[in-house]
Ligand binder design. Sequence first.
Ligand SMILES: *Cc1c(COP(=O)(O)O)cnc(C)c1O
Length: 359
Amino acid sequence: MRKKNFFAGPSVLPVEVLEEIRDQIVDYNGEGLSMIEASHRGGMFEDMYDECLATFRRLLNIPDDYDVYFLGGGATLQFTMIPANFLLPGTVADYAKTGSWANKAASDAAKIGKVNVFFDGKEGNYTSLPDVKDIKPSENSSYLYLCSNETIGGIEWQDFPDTGDVPLIADMSSDILSRPVDVSKFSMIYGGVQKNLGPAGATFIIMKKSMLERRNENLTAYMDYELHSKNKGLYNTPPVFSIWGVKLVLDWVEKNGGAEGMLERAKKKSSLIYDVIDSSSFFHSPVDKRYRSRMNIVFRLPSEELEKKFIAESSAEGMLGLKGHRSVGGLRASLYNALPYEDVVALRDFMVEFERKNG
Ligand SMILES: *Cc1c(COP(=O)(O)O)cnc(C)c1O
């Protein structure tokens, strides 16, 4: 029996996708060759890649004046590439420090240029977000940066600031395609694929082409977005296996109602757990209700001892990955797109029963 997979990343994949990989891994569509042993310059990979990019464009309604491609290096490499390309001398970059991931991005950017922190959630222990109406980019801002969903803290932006002419850049690693998003509001959206889109390895890049006109042109090859734009991510060897997995996951998303369908799923699943938390004094969510994440639900029990017990007993029942990140403790249930509804029902029932026995 398959485990119930609440890991934050790498994370659950649709079982249909795993079965398709199993069926196709030795002989892809009767070609007598595996996708993962074919040249990335050959037709078989490129046909699959082009379909993958086209489906991604359809699912997110990505306008034609945007590039879409995949790179290696994880979301983490983008923490450096973004300021290296766009944080030009004499300008600043505006960052929201909303938790682990945005803070890492801001700290890397500060090594490259001048960073203005327009919001710092530190005092509130990163449990809330700024009101988008209050956000104004700096006068000489090169871009404004945010992380749409803090995977570790469990907070998610529900809408996004209007930054006018200043490019808006977002790390959407952990909530991409969990809801529709108006891509035209952003100049760049990127993220690792291993949370919501596929097996670890690839990083998706969605970038308005005009961004390339305002970049630092004096960069080494891999660091330069223009080179990747020209080669649609195939300047060097791409993470082939990961991209193939992403292609299959995107097909699965399309079959299951696209971004709207994923939003419905996410609402249904997350409210099962939040309803238990809200109707109990045993469970407790530290996060500001207005910004609670539908992807990563962070919660606490009355004591660390009970939390340990909860993790041990849930894991004995086949529910994995419920331990909170080591930096914040507590518990965290990640409910990515591919996690079946029934698995969340099982967690809900487990929580209710655990409170009855220990509350
Ligand atoms: C996981 C995660 C990252 C880091 O991704 P890597 O691919 O491991 O570099 C960055 N940002 C967010 C929001 C994440 O969830």
